[in-house]
Design a binder for this molecule. Structure first.
Ligand SMILES: Nc1nc2c(c(=O)[nH]1)N[C@H]1C(S)=C(S)[C@@H](COP(=O)(O)O)O[C@H]1N2
Ligand SMILES: [Mo]
Length: 301
């Protein structure tokens, strides 16, 4: 992987040199054109997304408990994490289990998707992800009608991941979605960010990203996708069911038992900058609210 200098690409430069930037990706999708960026344009219009969080903040302020619980731990401790060889299994309620080498998954064309991450802790970032819709991956198997949920499993490797030597969470990290949520076009398989392959601290070689849910739903370093009949027992719900529900849709009206979710701190802004209002579904309600019609989202938090 080419070493990346922080100074090389600032958010401003990325957008001023967008065409050049896209051409230089060397990422196997040089056919990508500006018109092929529906989500980035869309999300800018819908969610007042103006400033990208800097590459530096995106890659040094992380949550990745496998590498420790402070924000700088993932950046400091994940640099030597080995992500090759790697494969992703798709199993469970499917006609035939498959195991895809990472190369095959990365060969699926990625596009840039500028989407906001809202952490349950009350901060947010706007990140130019590279990725593709999860449905493209799930469509590689025949899903049985008995399948109702999708479970995502992160890698278990306590030799390389020091955090996994401690019972911070029940390892491996498990997340999950209902099938219709997983099939929604905004549910993204992330292959990179800022036009580069995904840094280790952000979940290399592959992570998921669900923009209308709290950040912890977006599991990193995925090794397994399992189609299941019952609601998965996800890592955070398992650790504290009173505080973290299965759905975990961003919802300013449902407070965390220990703090308000009405506002958020935008990472990278001055500490004097006011917190901004958190939007229902993190601002993606036009796209996803119909997934929850008729559901009491205070009960199913
Ligand atoms: N495997 C795994 N995935 C994880 C986490 C984790 O600790 N382990 N943390 C989650 C949380 S709480 C957030 S907010 C996001 C942060 O993603 P980022 O560091 O790329 O911004 O990753 C999520 N995915
Ligand atoms: Mo988070």
């Amino acid at each position: 992987m080419k070493k990346f200098k922080h100074s090389e690409i600032t958010p401003e430069k990325v957008y001023k040199n967008r065409r050049k930037f896209l051409k230089n990706l060397g990422y196997g999708f040089s056919s990508l054109s500006l018109s092929l960026l529906p989500f980035s344009n869309h999300s800018i219009a819908n969610n007042n997304i103006s400033n990208l969080t800097s590459f530096k903040d995106v890659t040094t302020y992380n949550n990745y408990y496998e590498f420790g619980t402070s924000k700088s731990d993932p950046y400091r401790r994940s640099q030597n994490f080995i992500t090759r060889p790697w494969s992703i299994k798709i199993e469970g309620e499917v006609e035939k289990t498959i195991e895809l080498p990472i190369e095959e998954v990365l060969a699926i064309p990625s596009e840039e998707r500028v989407l906001k991450l809202r952490c349950v802790e009350g901060w947010s970032m706007i990140i130019p992800w590279l990725g593709f819709s999860m449905s493209k991956l799930l469509n590689k198997v025949k899903i049985k009608s008995s399948a109702k949920f999708v479970e995502f499993e992160s890698v278990y490797n306590p030799e390389e991941m020091v955090g996994q030597r401690y019972p911070i969470l029940n390892w491996p990290y498990i997340e999950g979605l209902r099938i219709d949520e997983a099939m929604h076009p905004l549910t993204t398989v992330v292959t990179g960010l800022y036009g580069k392959p995904l840094p280790n601290q952000n979940g290399a070689p592959l992570r998921i990203f669900i923009p209308w849910k709290y950040g912890f739903k977006s599991a990193k370093a995925i090794v397994k996708i399992k189609l299941v009949k019952n609601m998965p027992n996800t890592a955070w719900k398992n650790a504290s069911p009173r505080e973290y529900g299965f759905y975990s849709n961003v919802n300013p009206e449902v407070d965390h038992p220990r703090w308000s979710q009405a506002t958020e701190r935008v990472i990278g802004e001055s500490i004097l900058a006011p917190r901004v209002k958190t939007l229902m579904f993190n601002g993606y309600g036009d796209e996803v609210a119909n997934l929850y019609s008729g559901m009491d989202l205070k009960k199913y938090f």
